[in-house]
Design a protein around this ligand. Structure first.
Ligand code: BES
Ligand code: MN
Ligand code: ZN
Length: 490
């Protein structure tokens, strides 16, 4: 679906906004007059209040050529911001996506080009579909909508803003597509191939195979992979848009293309969702694509560990001891706590190889983060208060929220082992997400670091947010793009 900008509406559906108490925006007033007061009458005949993202449809109005006129809610005028606009335009887009509308024109009454850009982002996020594997979709179930036209007085400013938001929309789509793909298709080898194709987007890409990882001493990552017939890959993406010599910002992602649990096999119910256990890596790939796409003025490196966790005659056992690239040894207590094992080597490699300004890792690491925060916030764990504050603010600004949980020596003790440097489990069900975090912290070599546990936010089938599809949300791309934009490019 295409995003266009125009000073006048040309679509077969035209939408204009209203604030709380159904107070019409200037464009809505003009539209109401043009169609002989039909909007005002429709408000009286309905329960439309102007609450953010409400939609009121008037079909076949007289006085205008459009087939539909829509009124959309923007909430309280004084608290209007980019997220409200995004969400409202997303709700409109969802509303008309399949109903026969071809072009939706949306009035955005703001002289801030940024708002028009965010409207484009909202529309694109909402129009997302993953229909790749449907062969029997009836014509009336296919989207009719081919374009959303943002109607704004300052077309030029809007187009300029869109230049910086379209790559973000593309980055989110990239991440979602990877999460949605079935695990027989998107195994580590195929995933690495698809990442390598992003070279044409301006990223520098390098892919390491198992032989190279073995040479580097990545016994922790390789232990997880040894039950799989697929070769593990470590994909490295670089974007150098900053000053030469500036330390890169590093992003590391967990890319378990499928997590059966291994010998500590997961129960069958819901196991299909574990195709999404690579959502952290998908967010990193999507982010890197977004940064390259909008030519962000930073140096950044993305490192994703692509592995499949399978039970097999050759699979790792509980009780095994592996040696990580850092030299630290790990006693395996549960082969299903594999994400931390894979990240241990990816994190160590990243800090050794790139000496980054900081490392942020994203991982669907623990079911326990769902117990704590549900699908509504990701958990963050860090050794750096400034990074925590910045991520919190970026979360508010992007509507991809984070909530901080503690790490520290009192928790670090939980992962001590009787026979090795550490074990890959904490104290059973207590502080499960924190146990994962303190484990990772032992592999960042005291670099500023944040772990983002996205087990809840990266996969979400039941969201009410019109910007999100069922399952693969693409969480993390908007959050981290915002974080980079607001704190590292100015
Ligand atoms: N990939 C899972 C975590 C997960 C659970 C992600 C639910 C998304 C939804 C992870 O590898 C895992 O299995 N974690 C275990 C850790 C435990 C064995 C310490 C868990 O959460 O049960
Ligand atoms: Mn697991
Ligand atoms: Zn996992």
């Amino acid at each position: 679906m295409q995003i266009k900008f125009s000073a006048t509406p040309n679509g077969d559906a035209i939408a204009a906004g209203a604030y709380e108490k159904a107070a019409l925006s200037p464009s809505a007033k003009a539209l109401d007059e043009a169609c002989g007061g039909a909007i005002s009458r429709a408000i009286k005949a309905s329960r439309f209040t102007g609450e953010a993202a409400q939609v009121l449809e008037i079909a076949a109005p007289s006085g205008v050529t459009a087939d539909r006129v829509l009124l959309y809610g923007l909430g309280e005028k004084k608290s209007l911001g980019g997220n409200t606009v995004e969400k409202a335009v997303a709700a409109l887009t969802k509303h008309v996506l399949l109903n026969g509308t071809k072009t939706l024109s949306v009035h955005v009454d703001s002289d801030d080009g940024e708002m028009a850009g965010r409207a484009g982002l909202g529309a694109t996020l909402a129009a997302y579909r993953f229909d790749h594997y449907r062969t029997k979709l009836k014509p009336e179930k296919k989207p009719s909508l081919t374009a959303v036209e943002i109607v704004t007085a300052d077309e030029k400013a809007a187009k300029k803003a869109w230049k910086s938001w379209e790559p973000v929309a593309t980055g989110v789509k990239t991440a979602r597509d990877f999460v949605m793909e079935p695990p027989n298709v998107l195994h580590p080898e195929e995933y690495a191939k698809r990442i390598a194709k992003l070279e044409k987007e301006g990223l520098e890409i390098e892919v390491l195979g198992e032989a190279q990882m073995k040479k580097l001493g990545m016994g922790s990552l390789l232990g997880v992979s040894q039950g799989s017939v697929r070769e593990a890959k470590l994909a490295i993406m670089r974007w150098n848009g900053g000053k030469e010599g500036d330390k890169p910002l590093a992003f590391v992602g967990k890319g378990l293309t499928f997590d059966t649990g291994g010998i500590s096999l997961k129960p069958g119910q819901g196991m299909e969702d574990m195709k999404g256990d690579m959502a952290g890596s998908a967010a990193v790939v999507g982010l890197m694509r977004a940064l390259a796409g909008r030519k962000a003025k930073v140096n950044a490196v993305g490192v994703v560990a692509l592995v499949e966790n399978m039970p097999d005659g050759n699979a790792q056992r509980p009780g095994d001891v592996v040696t990580s690239m850092s030299g630290q040894t790990i006693e395996i207590h549960n082969t299903d706590a594999e994400g931390r094992l894979v990240l241990a080597d990816a994190l160590w490699y990243t800090q050794e190889e790139f000496d980054p300004a900081f490392i942020i890792d994203l991982a669907t690491l623990t079911g326990a983060i769902l117990v704590a925060l549900g699908h509504e916030h990701a958990g963050i764990f860090t050794n750096d208060d400034k990074l925590a504050d910045r991520l919190f603010a970026a979360g508010k600004a992007s509507d991809e929220g984070v909530w901080r949980l503690p790490v520290g020596p009192e928790y670090d003790r939980h992962i001590d082992s009787d026979i090795a440097d550490m074990k890959n489990l904490g104290q059973g069900r207590n502080a499960g997400s924190i146990a994962g975090a303190v484990f990772l912290q032992r592999f960042v070599n005291k670099k500023p670091w944040v772990h983002i546990d996205i087990a809840g936010t990266g996969m979400y089938a039941g969201s009410k947010d019109p910007r999100l599809p069922a399952f693969g949300t693409g969480y993390g791309v908007r959050l981290l793009d915002r974080f980079v934009r607001d704190y590292y490019e100015r």
